[in-house]
Design a protein around this ligand. Structure first.
Ligand code: NAI
Length: 462
């Protein structure tokens, strides 16, 4: 039995970042993790491995479609799937070992096993019970399936199974046109799989700006992904090496079927809180099964905190990281702060999609007067040189004050470009502030400046 200032349950981006900050602030810290490696879903079976496969499949796309145009001739590469998975696993290993190194460097104890909280101030891991002045639950989330759909991680898979299929399937049905469905769907489409996405709603990527949704879907269709929209999946019949997806079209209730070698279920995620003993402890939960917390991420039980996917808010690694750093500050007697109004969201397809702040639809609903500054990547020299002219930057600013309210980007490096707008928003900047900032030429970021100029006297290159 050991005694700590803080014990964190879960070593994903929320938990490990929180642990490092706690240790840096002088708190004696331990992290409970039952997986064989640190890093949680994100590093082991989520953000990081999917980005490796997205990168590899994008390189194949470039070789197949653009190399010859640039005078790079030779046989197109073929897919060695085993090697691609080995590359992905190597990337995972480098990242998870990196966290282990950071734990050692910061003198953070890794309590190996699955943790539970028998009472406030105590964490049980296996047969050992440890004492902690404060406990932080950072247990993350798990895929939520559908009634009538049984996951076997072979033929009917979640994102976890989709990252280690034994071979590249000929056909794949993706249930759900959210972030996971589109990222993994586009990996396999580029590797030659015929991908069909079945989505309940009439638009892809729920909650995104409507113009981006439409444009993004058009681009994905052009890349060869099929969509069945307004379709509610009722059940999946899994055979040994194939599956049948049964769905109903919402407009007329007609029933249809789709066959596929693999079905990816990507219909959302839910908090992973099994086995923590929260019921017995009396921790209050929301109707959606999330842990309820106050403004300081404390649950209704004193000294028990929760962050990340297990609580309310967007299920994003960087939101969890920010909460982790903030709660560490709170425990060290400092002020912890997360600006939930400025949390970027990114879809790592090619082109990438990124957003921050309000959508046009939200602003209309709120009855706010706003203006739109838009600039197409077709007018950006760097993008044209790199075959990346698809997409646009759209900035929404207050009509009266010019203050930036939101931004939406489809295009090259959108996930990186969005951050200058995040910083601008954190400082309460106007679109003119961005427009008056010198941007290096030739860079993709000039498109951001042009969109900001479009909120005022107009862009130069359109
Ligand atoms: P999601 O909530 O983004 O999308 C699920 C989609 O499935 C929705 O469009 C929904 O309408 C549809 N759906 C639900 N039931 C259906 C049915 N019966 N038939 C047809 N369609 C149905 O969920 P997703 O993609 O699984 O992602 C889960 C979470 O993980 C999200 O919160 C996401 O933000 C996060 N994530 C973020 C990533 C990133 O930031 N790049 C990458 C991967 C996941």
């Amino acid at each position: 039995m050991a005694s700590y200032d803080v014990i964190i349950i879960g070593s994903g981006p929320g938990g490990y970042v929180c642990a490092i900050r706690c240790a840096q602030l002088g708190l004696k810290t331990a992290v409970v993790e039952g997986r064989e490696t640190l890093g949680g879903t994100c590093l082991n079976v989520g953000c990081i491995p999917s980005k490796a496969l997205l990168h590899a499949s994008h390189m194949l796309h470039e070789a197949e479609h653009n190399f010859a145009k640039m005078g790079l001739k030779g046989k197109s590469p073929s897919v060695d799937w085993k090697q691609m998975l080995a590359y992905k696993d190597d990337v995972i290993g480098q990242n998870t070992k990196g966290i282990e190194f950071l734990f050692k460097k910061n003198k953070i104890d890794w309590l190996k096993g699955w943790g539970s909280i028998p009472e406030a101030g105590k964490v049980k891991v296996g047969d050992d019970t440890h004492e902690a002045k404060n406990i932080i639950i950072a247990s993350g989330s798990e895929s939520s399936s559908l009634p009538g759909v049984e996951i076997d991680e072979k033929v009917v898979v979640t994102s976890t199974g989709a990252l280690e299929l034994p071979k590249v399937p000929k056909t794949m049905v993706v249930i759900g046109a959210g972030v996971i469905g589109l990222e993994m769907g586009s990996v396999y489409a580029r590797l030659g799989t015929e991908v069909t996405v079945v989505e309940y709603l009439d638009a892809i990527t729920p909650g995104m700006d409507g113009e981006v949704q439409k444009n993004f879907q058009k681009i994905l269709k052009k890349q060869g992904i099929n969509f069945v929209m307004g379709a509610a999946v009722q059940s999946v019949d899994a055979l040994k090496t194939k599956a049948k997806v049964n769905y109903k079209l919402r407009k007329d209730d007609s029933e249809h079927q789709l066959d596929a070698d693999v079905v990816l279920v990507a219909t959302g995620r839910k908090p992973y809180v099994d086995g923590l003993g929260l019921d017995a402890l009396g921790v209050e939960m929301t109707k959606r099964g999330q842990i309820k917390t106050d403004d300081h991420w404390q649950t209704n039980i004193k000294g028990v905190y929760a962050i990340g996917d297990a609580i309310e808010g967007p299920m994003l690694a960087h939101k969890a990281e920010d909460e982790g750093m903030a709660v560490a500050c709170v425990l060290a007697g400092q002020h912890g702060h997360v600006n939930y109004g400025v949390i970027p969201g990114v879809i790592y397809t090619h082109p990438e999609v990124a957003n921050v702040g309000e959508t046009e639809e939200n602003l209309k609903d709120q009855g706010r007067a706003y203006k739109v500054g838009k600039f197409s990547f077709m007018g950006n020299g760097r993008a044209k040189a790199n075959f990346a002219g698809e997409g646009f930057v759209k900035i929404l600013a207050d009509k009266e004050t010019d203050r930036i309210l939101g931004a939406h980007i489809i295009g090259p490096m959108a996930g990186d470009l969005i951050h200058e707008i995040c910083v601008a928003m954190e400082f309460g900047a106007s679109a003119e502030d961005l427009a008056l900032t010198c941007h290096a030429h030739p860079t993709y970021s000039e498109a951001v400046r042009e969109a900001a100029l479009a909120c005022g006297d107009g862009p130069i290159h359109s």
